[in-house]
Design a protein around this ligand. Structure first.
Ligand SMILES: [Zn+2]
Length: 329
């Protein structure tokens, strides 16, 4: 907890708006991204333009504590746009980017660009005193569409000769995101309101829950990203029993024995496969995408809470254009 230590949160200083770098023409745009779901959204918008897209955060690693290796500096030096999530998720990467990007290049903090600070959520693993808001906006489809819109608008400004490619890709992608959103609303309707309760290990569904009118009753992982204390576990067990939480959800990236213990002591189902930024399968496989990831998580949550996920399962979650981004593993 020393990171919180009672010191004042670092104020978030607004940078230049996304898209304010130099126009690039006659050569491919070089794009660097951080976590895989954001890389996937960018690949859906930029695909077919010849843009070179490189993700920096290896899949399956903890993006919240990720420190870019020195080798990342090379990609950052060559980049025209560095897209990061923002909301204070990737400060070491942002610092390295700002120190290494060339003149005319830019760092675009996607979520910070579209979400006003008074709508940021501070909650269980992201308390206000720590100064880091919950950064997981991409698990809410309505907001994922905003990521795609910011990417489109940035790329249109920076590489206008491919504007029609970015615009057409966005239209196709937005339609698929809307279909996912509609399917998730239908699936939600099959779960009684009282059962729409999420207790997750990793606190990645705050904006999702607000959008679908679910309740996040808690997150097991403390803000330090260490294991919870025995007292914290005991409190969670009491809460699960009191609120009659039907299932507790663990994370692929953060395996924890605590979840199993809570499941055993409360008789809630425990499911340890949710993912917030580790895509399914390997790069190139059909579900290795933001949409494949979200559909998997939504089906998992709906079925564990006793709902019907068939409309979600029927969706086509393939990319709108071939994804040729580099995803480090
Ligand atoms: Zn996360």
């Amino acid at each position: 907890m020393s990171a919180c230590g009672g010191s004042a949160p670092t104020p978030v200083t607004a940078g230049k708006p996304c898209g304010s770098g130099n126009v690039v023409s006659g050569r491919p745009l070089h794009i660097v991204s951080t976590v895989a779901p954001i890389t996937s959204i960018i690949a859906n918008i930029a695909g077919g333009s010849g843009a070179v897209i490189t993700g920096l955060v290896p899949e399956g690693t903890n993006s919240h504590t990720f420190e870019p290796p020195p080798s990342a500096a090379k990609f950052l030096e060559e980049s025209d746009v560095v897209f990061i999530n923002g909301l204070v998720l990737e400060e070491p990467t942002k610092d390295l980017a700002q120190a290494n990007i060339k003149s005319g290049a830019e760092v675009c903090e996607i979520a910070t660009e579209f979400m006003p600070e008074d709508e940021w959520i501070y909650d269980f693993s992201f308390p206000k005193a720590g100064g880091k808001p919950n950064p997981h906006l991409w698990t809410d489809p309505a907001m994922a569409k905003e990521y795609a819109r910011v990417v489109r608008d940035t790329l249109v400004k920076r590489n206008p000769e491919n504007a029609s490619v970015f615009t057409a890709n966005f239209t196709a992608f937005a339609a698929k995101v809307d279909a996912l959103d509609t399917a998730m609303k239908s699936a939600t309707a099959t779960i009684p309101q009282a059962d729409r309760k999420l207790l997750t290990y990793h606190d990645a569904y705050a904006y999702f829950a607000r959008h679908y009118n679910w309740t996040v009753v808690g997150a097991i992982q403390p803000s330090s990203f260490e294991e919870p204390t025995p007292k914290e576990i005991a409190n969670l067990i009491t809460q699960v029993k009191k609120e009659k939480v039907k299932a507790v959800f663990g994370s692929e990236v953060f395996p924890s024995p605590v979840l199993e213990q809570i499941g055993k002591e409360t008789k809630a189902k425990y499911i340890d496969v949710l993912r917030d930024d580790d895509l399914l399968g390997n790069p190139g496989s059909p579900e290795h995408s933001w949409m494949g990831l979200m559909r998997f998580d939504f089906v998992t949550m709906v079925e564990a809470l006793g709902g019907d996920a068939s409309v979600l399962k029927a969706l086509d979650v393939s990319d709108v254009v071939k994804d040729s981004a580099v995803y480090p593993q």
